[in-house]
Design a protein. Sequence first.
Length: 104
Amino acid sequence: MSRSFYQFNVYDTNQALNNITYILTQHGFKNKIEKNENVWRWGMGFLTAPKYIRIDVPQDHVIIISAWIRPFLMGEAQIDDGFVGIIPKEEMKSVIRLLQQNIR
């Protein structure tokens, strides 16, 4: 399992979660249960890799976002600068940046 992790320290946890939900919904993510995990998924995976975000709240005022893509016939790939899945990774980076700007 190869995922990217982003930790955010927030003033109001509930408001930050509401903002995350709003942003992800506006960008076409759907909340689903996959492999016993509550994740936000964007895309079907036919033409580009589906994109995933998982949100964890380990303690009040802290939100950890896990992000990854799942290229066709491959396992999970973290959101890095590698060549595999470069277009979906760039799309995910823009969503992560938007979250970062709006949930602090």
